[in-house]
Design a protein around this ligand. Structure first.
Ligand code: TA6
Length: 300
C-alpha cells in the first residue's frame, strides 16, 4: 500500500491509454494494462498478476471472489510468485515471502504492436530475512498472450543459494467435470493427497474427480488444458522449469479455505511451473536462474 506521495512517484510509469496506476482492492496499489488484444492487472504486493483477459474471451486467470486484498496477505488467484520455498514451513509463511512482499516497479514500456512490458524487482525484502541475499526481477509482457519471467540472482560472493520457485497460476475453466490436462503422461509425480507418495502419470489426460495436488518432477514439457465448457484450449509453455504442479482443491478443501468460495473449485484449476522438491535450484555465488511461462489460449 502506498501513500499519496508514493503514488505520485509511481505516476511516471503511467502510459496514457495503456498503463494506469492507482489504488485497487483493499487500498493496494495496482497497474491496469490495456492493449489492443487484452487487458491485465498487476498488484505491486507480490508483483501479483491478478487478471489477464483477451478481448472477447473469458478471463484466462481465475481470481477468487473471496480473496483477501490486505497488506501481507496472499491474494487467492492470478499468478502468485512462490519464492524462495514451495509449500509449508513451520513458523514461516506458506510458499515463501515473495508473494506478500511489496515489489518495486522499475519499468513500463509500450511495445511495437501495442503490447506492454512491466518490470518489477523484489528489493531489500531479503535483507530483513535469514535468507542469503538474492535479487528477484520479474518481467511481464502483455500482448495476446501473457509472458512472465522471473530471474533470481544470487548476490552472495561465496555461498550457494538453494531455492524453490514457482509461478502458481490459477486458470479459469467452465466446468471442472469436463476439463482435461494433457502433457504429463509418463512423468513421475509426488501425490500430496496420498502423503506425497511417488507415482507415475499413466493417463494421456488428467481429469479432476476429487482433490488433485500433484508435483510432477523432471518435466520441461508444455501442458495444455482443454475446457469444452468454454470451448477453449489453454497452453502453458515454460522455460527454466523442471517441475509442474497440478492442483484443484475440490469440495472439502474449498470449504476449508476462508479466501475461496465453496463452489469455486468448479471454475478453476492450477497448472504451476517452477522448480520444487527434488528439482529445487542451487544457484552458485553471483549466478542467476530464470523461470519463464507463456500463457495462451485458442478456440477448441
Ligand atoms: O500448489 C498446490 C498447493 O501447494 C496446495 O497444496 C495448496 O496448499 C495450494 O498450493 C495453495 O496454497 P496457499 O498457501 O496459497 O493456500
Amino acid at each position: 500500500m502506498h501513500t499519496s506521495g508514493q503514488l505520485d512517484q509511481l505516476n511516471k510509469f503511467q502510459i496514457p491509454g495503456q498503463v494506469a496506476i492507482g489504488t485497487g482492492k483493499g487500498g493496494l496499489s495496482r497497474l491496469l494494462i490495456h492493449t489492443p488484444a487484452s487487458e491485465a492487472e498487476i498488484y505491486l504486493q507480490g508483483a501479483h498478476v491478478t487478471r489477464f483477459q483477451k478481448q472477447g474471451e473469458e478471463a484466462l486467470l481465475f481470481l477468487s471472489e473471496c480473496s483477501r486484498f490486505e497488506p501481507g496477505q496472499p491474494i487467492r488467484g492470478g499468478i502468485p510468485i512462490i519464492l524462495p520455498w514451495f509449500g509449508n514451513r513451520p513458523g514461516s509463511p506458506a510458499h515463501g515471502f515473495a508473494r506478500t512482499s511489496e515489489w518495486t516497479l522499475n519499468e513500463t514500456t509500450a511495445l511495437p504492436g501495442g503490447g506492454v512490458r512491466v518490470v518489477l524487482t523484489l528489493p531489500g525484502a531479503t535483507a530483513g530475512t535469514s535468507w542469503s541475499p538474492f535479487e528477484a526481477r520479474y518481467t511481464i509482457t502483455v500482448t495476446d498472450t501473457l509472458a512472465a519471467e522471473l530471474t533470481i540472482t544470487n548476490l552472495s560472493a561465496d555461498t550457494e543459494l538453494p531455492l524453490e520457485n514457482c509461478l502458481h497460476t490459477y486458470f479459469t475453466i467452465g466446468d471442472v467435470d469436463q476439463v482435461t490436462v494433457r502433457g504429463l503422461k509418463g512423468i513421475r509425480f509426488l501425490d500430496k493427497v496420498a502423503n506425497f507418495a511417488e507415482k507415475i502419470e499413466t493417463g494421456e489426460e488428467i481429469r479432476v474427480t476429487a482433490e488433485v495436488d500433484r508435483v510432477y518432477l523432471d518435466t520441461t514439457d508444455r501442458v495444455e488444458i482443454a475446457d469444452p465448457a468454454l470451448q477453449r484450449r489453454i497452453r502453458v509453455a515454460k522455460s527454466g522449469s523442471a517441475s509442474t504442479v497440478v492442483w484443484n482443491p475440490w469440495i472439502a478443501k474449498a470449504k476449508a479455505m476462508a479466501d475461496f468460495g465453496d463452489e469455486e473449485y468448479r471454475g478453476m484449476i492450477c497448472v504451476e511451473s517452477g522448480n520444487v522438491a527434488a528439482n529445487q535450484l542451487k544457484i552458485p555465488p553471483g549466478g542467476s536462474a530464470t523461470l519463464g511461462v507463456v500463457l495462451s489460449s485458442t478456440r477448441l
